[in-house]
Write a protein that binds this ligand. Structure first.
Ligand code: NDP
Ligand code: 2IT
Length: 448
């Protein structure tokens, strides 16, 4: 494609031709291209340098075999990945996902989103994403350990504290990071902060576990504050019951909201009384230690469980999708709007479909896209890297203050580039603000 021909339709047609079948990747690029192409056309230096074409091709994608032995002595084979997307503004940085659905398209969408998210944090982090089609569900600790070690035995060759710094994502929490860090340390024969989300005993940062969920609640608070409102007294629906969802629930409750739902891939619980801190502690224990199902909450606390359903059909003031991609579709968005929902803040990556986003924007719902609203997690990962480099650990108060400052700053950047009359289009704002820093660095480096 000639750069003078840059239009959304032609750009997407070219991308789809080069990456057939990568539907999640196409979706993530479309959402960015829609807002960034008009900006590029207004700023010809980006167009002439082919920046968007270059940004949508990862620096490299590494795919490898992971072989391990289960508790019965069977040899098992999985596929491991690391997509190193863009290191223009810092080492590749982004999570590892262990889930049976993992494929190249999903990791490319996540790595692409990470480029803009990491740029928005203002910290010096490039973008990457990786993982495996390994399903941790039902596996023993020893099986998870053997898998993590086998995975790291190959990943080891491709990462390093100044090269690529992975962290957690779906199916990868502190247990998995610890096994992988241990294996990296054995192979490298040195102690370096090559992963973030580590346990506190060996270089982890306070607040990292909580950061994505807390950051998402703070982003919602900031959107509401900017429009003369607050979380106080609001009925809140949250999906997911993992790392992001549970700490989002914790902070939303602290900020005065009433959380009435959480979910997992089997369905959602509806607790009309609100999920208070005591009940939430029970859920965190259920999910991180006992590794049970959210339906057990309904049995324990006597509330409703809706099997195979998502929480968006219930009336709520605020919605926080915190489970996975494409978990909120056009119909869900219409239901939220007709039930009077005021704002949606995404803890998950790309939880809303393109059609759902359009419904929310058309109805002037305050809509915080994941790359802005969930950036608190990777931001505190960046702060973990800093603490590892200076060999110091900051206090919880210092870190939470920095997290709040970063989320407030991200909101301000979105407002700066997304203001449309009275309305703030946070999608446009996040995409353009995230784009500029990376694009300018790429321009400065020249081509080659
Ligand atoms: P966890 O593995 O801790 O929790 C994931 C939750 O989402 C679980 O409740 C899980 O249910 C549910 N879920 C996962 N896949 C599906 C699916 N296909 N359908 C329905 N429910 C599903 O992951 P996180 O909380 O870390 O991640 C959640 C989201 O947040 C992801 O989109 C991730 O990319 C994003 N994110 C995470 C960050 C982090 O720091 N961890 C940072 C920024 C974004 P079940 O147990 O039944 O599978
Ligand atoms: O999607 C994400 O931003 C993450 N999973 C966190 C990445 C990180 O490096 O902390």
């Amino acid at each position: 494609m000639m750069y003078e021909d840059l239009s959304l339709e032609r750009f997407m047609a070219g991308l789809k031709k080069r990456t057939p079948g990568e539907v999640e990747f196409h979706q993530a690029v479309y959402e960015v291209a829609e807002s960034v192409i008009p900006f590029i056309l207004a700023n010809p230096r980006y167009r002439q340098a082919g920046i968007l074409q270059r940004m949508t091709e990862p620096d490299r994608s590494i795919i490898f075999r992971v072989e391990w032995e289960d508790d019965e002595g069977n040899i098992r084979v999985n596929r491991g990945y690391r997509v190193q997307f863009n290191n223009s503004i810092g080492p590749y940085k982004g999570g590892l996902r262990f889930h049976p659905s993992v494929n190249l398209s999903i990791l490319k969408f996540l790595g692409f989103e990470q480029t803009f998210k990491n740029s928005l944090t203002t910290l010096p982090m490039g973008a990457g994403k990786g993982g495996a089609d390994f399903n941790p569900r039902g596996k023993s600790d020893r099986e998870v350990m053997r898998f993590c070690q086998a995975f790291m035995t190959e990943l080891f060759h491709h990462i390093g504290p100044n090269t690529d710094v992975p962290a957690g994502d779906i199916g990868v929490g502190v247990r998995e990071i610890s096994y992988m860090f241990g294996q990296y340390k054995r192979l490298a024969q040195e102690f370096t902060g090559v992963l973030t989300g580590k346990a506190l005993e060996f270089g982890g940062s306070l607040i990292r576990t909580e950061a994505t969920g807390y950051g998402n609640a703070y982003f919602m608070q900031e959107m509401l504050k900017h429009h003369g409102d607050s979380i106080e007294g609001k009925t809140c629906s949250i999906s997911g019951s993992g790392n992001v969802a549970t700490y989002c629930a914790e902070k939303v409750t602290q900020l005065g909201g009433k959380v009435v739902t959480l979910s997992d891939s089997d369905g959602f619980v509806h607790d009309k009384e609100g999920i208070d801190p005591e009940k939430l502690a029970w859920i965190i224990d259920l999910k991180t230690n006992r590794r049970g199902r959210i339906s057990e909450y309904a049995e324990e606390f006597g509330c409703d469980f809706h099997a195979e359903k998502r929480p968006w059909g219930l009336p709520c003031d605020l919605a926080f999708p915190c489970a996975t991609q494409n978990e909120l579709d056009e119909r869900d968005a219409k239901t939220l709007v007709s039930n009077g929902c005021k704002a949606v803040s995404e803890g998950a990556n790309m939880p809303s479909t393109v059609e759902a986003i359009q419904v929310l924007l058309d109805n002037q719902i305050l809509y915080g896209p994941g790359k802005a609203a969930n950036a608190g997690g990777v931001a505190v990962s960046g702060l973990e890297m800093t603490q590892n480099s200076i060999r110091m650990a900051w206090t919880e108060e210092e870190l939470e203050k920095k997290l709040v400052e970063i989320m407030t700053h991200i909101h301000a950047q979105c407002a700066r580039y997304g203001q449309e009359g009275e309305f703030i289009n946070y999608v446009k704002g996040a995409n353009i603000a995230g784009f500029i820093k990376v694009a300018d660095a790429m321009l400065a480096y020249g081509v080659g």
